[in-house]
Design a protein around this ligand. Structure first.
Ligand code: PHE
Length: 347
């Protein structure tokens, strides 16, 4: 084997050993670089006689082409290997199930509220919203529950470390009843001086607060206040409205309603409303769902209305209680723990 063939062989061997593009370029320099072996051979041509120069020159050229071909083949091989490696690393398994976008859902209490609003809406009730931090006047006094009256202890109220203009502590409203006054006052004002006033027909759902915590009580809970005031609204209207509401809410006629005498400072007479399912797991048990009554004349007066002319009923129902009964939840606290395993059942 002549020297040129040997040189080609060693170039091929070195290229084959190069495992990275950088190695390969270094190997290339040793043959084709400025002082590479092939380059040196070319320089040596100058000293040869003309005839020899021709044949030797052609041979060296052939060698050079052979080396370049080997170099390019190795370059390609290294690039292919690199691509193969990358494809493996970034492999996309098309047999995996697709990624899902989580579908959120409404909280069960929100769902119950929306149901309540839709049902009362269909009976012509407006929906009102009010502040959760209340004054003493709206939470108590305006509702005929004066300072130092023992009825105030019916509600274990949270107070806020801040006083109103009258020097009384603000409170976290212990019920939605302040909305009776707020809504009716605005209504009375709007129609003041006119001969007739449209009836007040409103529900006010929202958050309420009491110092209370067990399986059926949470310090934060939800009520919906209902108020219907006109010139001739009586207890029988309360009865039919509430029965309509309850049968629509639970989607059954197989239940009974009971009005149990009770006491609230802002209604007279007052009642607790109990319901009893005639079928299902709760069959035969009386369950308390609401306080209610005929609006007290003093409360009508505090609304800015004449109690000789206007009369009506109010109720305040526990939304969480209604949701528990509807969905068969036995611990109220589950609603507020934020556990998705529980919440995602309501879709
Ligand atoms: N506010 C009362 C409560 O929270 C419920 C109620 C509302 C009673 C309206 C009568 C009329 O217990």
């Amino acid at each position: 084997m002549n020297d040129l063939a040997q040189l080609l062989q060693s170039a091929q061997a070195e290229f084959a050993q190069a495992s990275t593009p950088a190695d390969l370029e270094n190997a290339k320099a040793r043959f084709l670089g400025k002082s590479g072996q092939v380059t040196e051979l070319m320089k040596g041509l100058a000293a040869l006689p003309v005839e020899e120069k021709k044949t030797r020159g052609a041979e060296i050229n052939q060698l050079k082409q052979g080396i370049e071909a080997a170099l390019n083949a190795r370059r390609q091989a290294l690039a292919d290997a690199e691509l193969e490696k990358q494809l493996k690393a970034e492999a996309l398994d098309v047999t995996l199930p697709g990624r899902q976008r989580g579908t959120g859902g409404l909280h069960p209490i929100t769902r119950a509220m929306e149901r309540i609003e839709a049902i009362f809406g269909s009976m012509g009730f407006d929906v009102a919203d009010g502040p959760e931090i209340e004054t003493d006047w709206f939470s108590f006094s305006s509702l005929n529950n004066p300072e130092n009256h023992p009825a105030r202890s019916m509600q274990d109220t949270f107070y806020v470390d801040m006083k109103d203009e009258g020097g009384r502590w603000f409170n976290l409203r212990p019920h939605t009843s302040p909305m009776q006054i707020r809504y009716a006052q605005a209504h009375a004002k709007r129609y003041a001086g006119q001969d007739t006033m449209p009836e007040i027909r409103v529900i006010a759902p929202g958050r309420t607060y009491r110092v209370d915590s067990d399986a059926t009580h949470s310090p934060m809970f939800h009520q919906v206040e209902g108020l219907w005031v006109g010139e001739n609204i009586s207890f029988k209207d309360l009865k039919s409205v509430y029965l309509n509401f309850i049968t629509a809410f639970f989607e059954t006629d197989a239940l009974q309603l009971r009005f149990r005498p009770s006491y609230f400072p802002f209604t007279e007479p007052s009642a607790e409303i109990d319901i009893m399912f005639e079928t299902g797991p709760l069959k035969g048990r009386w369950l308390e769902v609401s306080g209610a009554g005929q609006v007290h004349p003093q409360v009508i007066r505090n609304m800015g209305l004449d109690p000789e002319r206007y009369i009506g009923f109010a109720f305040g129902s526990g939304i969480d209680r209604l949701a528990m009964l509807r969905y068969g939840v036995n611990d109220l606290r589950l609603f507020f723990e934020g556990d998705l395993r529980f919440l995602s059942q309501f879709k």
